[in-house]
Design a protein around this ligand. Structure first.
Ligand code: FES
Length: 144
């Protein structure tokens, strides 16, 4: 396999790798309805304005808590797994960014891209925050 083929393969597999997949055994719930094809209902569309960053805590069927960061831009709604990819601490919103309180990693709140790695490490030392698939349907925001 030559260099070009390796890069082409990486470009096809990395986005899938970065998506958070929830199998049915781990389906998230936020104490609201679960839509069989759209996923877990997180909140009403009207409660998330352009520029907002909101963090919700859902739970899996096995009882594990999962933090989900919802943001809205003029391009739409984005959902990220709020667990820092360094050691799993929950990120917090700081202005337009997400900052990990444990070791200072900083992420883009819409894309999950790493802006700064943990203290003493480069930004390339950790992965971006994983994304959930988001659907807005009839005034509600669902993720899966
Ligand atoms: S756990 Fe987030 S920076 Fe270390």
């Amino acid at each position: 396999m030559n260099r070009r083929q390796i890069l082409a393969l990486a470009s096809m597999t990395i986005p899938g790798f970065l998506m958070t997949k929830l199998d049915s055994a781990q389906a998230l719930t936020f104490g609201k309805k679960f839509h069989s094809s759209l996923g877990a209902l997180v909140t009403e569309s009207s409660s998330l304005k352009v520029g907002d960053i909101q963090i919700f805590t859902g739970s899996t069927s096995s009882g594990k808590n999962v933090e989900v960061v919802l943001t809205r831009t003029k391009k739409g709604v984005f959902a990220l797994n709020g667990a820092c990819t360094h050691q799993g601490c929950g990120v917090a919103a700081e202005g337009t960014k997400l900052v990990c309180p444990c070791h200072g990693s900083t992420f883009n709140a819409n894309s999950g891209a790493v802006i700064r790695g943990p203290r003493g490490s480069s930004k390339n030392s950790i992965r971006p925050l994983a994304k959930f698939k988001v659907t807005e349907y009839k005034g509600k925001i669902y993720i899966k």
